[in-house]
Ligand binder design. Sequence first.
Ligand SMILES: [Ca+2]
Length: 498
Amino acid sequence: MVLEIGEEGFKNFKNLKMIHRLFPNYYKPSFKFKYIFIFVLILNTSFIFCQSENPPNFVVVFCDDLGYGDIGAFGHPIIRTPNIDRMAVEGQKWTQFYVADPVCTPSRAALLTGRYPIRNGMTSSKRVVLFPDSPNGLPLDEITIAEVLKKQGYATAAVGKWHLGHLPEFLPQSQGFDSYYGIPYSNDMDSKSWDKYKDWSNDPNFYSKIDHYNVPLIENKKVIERPADQTTITKRYTEKAIQFINQNKEKPFFLYLAHSLPHIPLFTSEKFTGRSKASLYTDVIEEIDWSVGQIIKTLKNNSLHNNTVVVFTSDNGPWLLFKTHGGSAGPLRAGKGTTFEGGQRVPTVFWGPGIVAPGVINQMGATLDLLPTFAALSGSEIPNDRKMDGYDLSQVLTQNSDSPRKEFYYWAFAELHGYRNQQYKVHVKQREEIHYGRSTIVLERPELYDLRADISEKHDVAETFPEVVSDLLGIMDLHLKDLADALPDQLADRMPIE
Ligand SMILES: [Ca+2]
């Protein structure tokens, strides 16, 4: 155990000091020796850390369009999420955790590669995300978490929504995953009734027909069902996840479970339909919480819970356009598709009783940080031939240390909209709060918000603190100059109509 090794080493160092204090003439280490001792201790500790016989397992539960305010532990008064809430108490609740982009495709690309999507062409000013007529996907020479961990002997599985290229050559098995089971793009695509859903979504219990959405369900590279029966999709993802854990309990594993919900259209299995007596959206989240509970139970049944890190988070904020079928960003401004906090700050919990020190982390983290964090915890190598954008959060997880992430760049639609450093966030561009698909608004003058004092971005303080604005704009310029290796837009192309 990492913590135990660290504590043991520290005890040895304390013993050395104690011997010196009790027997000053018998044993007196030189100043130089003390530093050599500390150096050897650190080397030794990191060696054992990296060579651990039982590197931890990782499970990422990644929801789609779940808002910051949609979980009990994050303040929702109606939606019941006892399993996620328990994870938050036993593990770490992160109150300032970000996704690198406020829409599906780029957000996923960033989580898996630890790089802003502008670097690998997975964001576009012309098209929001990948569509069923997109010929491209995440470039194959991008290195994903699955590829990093696979080198260390991990078993890897992707279950759920992929949205990084639906053609066979771009599916998860081309990006380090041993297996795949899920839908290749959003659950509303190939739709006969997308526009009408907006009107129906005034009814919180409106339940769509499955065949209005011609989304395929894929196993590895083969379509096994079309349209996918979305009423049982959360249940079936959960069964696949449990099966994968049971089959790989003897070796380290990485499970990427990306739920297709609560992205519209909303569906629930029979057991959860109407269960909450509040809304279909509530039923959907309660089914996802049940799924989380099943995963924790499976880990415990296999005695894996003390050597597994489970991360629960979302790919972007709530889709407010869909009214009662969209979630809530709680106290945050706006939602999906915007670079306001409601678009990019997501409810996040890290759980792992043997690894994660319990606490509320009121500091910054991002999905960009998962790759370097998992690499550190497993003794894997971080790619060193390209620009990376993540920070290693392992010390925060294991010891409640200060988060190394002190800044965050807000990207959307291949444009840099804003930048946060400590409590200050500057905006230079924005999208409309509900209709984010409309053109970018270039602000006539930058806006500045103090997120520590004003979580809802209500009070522009740019005129009060002009020097802060100027400093932040200077750092944004440097960031833009740091994009020399950026690949061209991979989202804009369309396949010719046959
Ligand atoms: Ca999404």
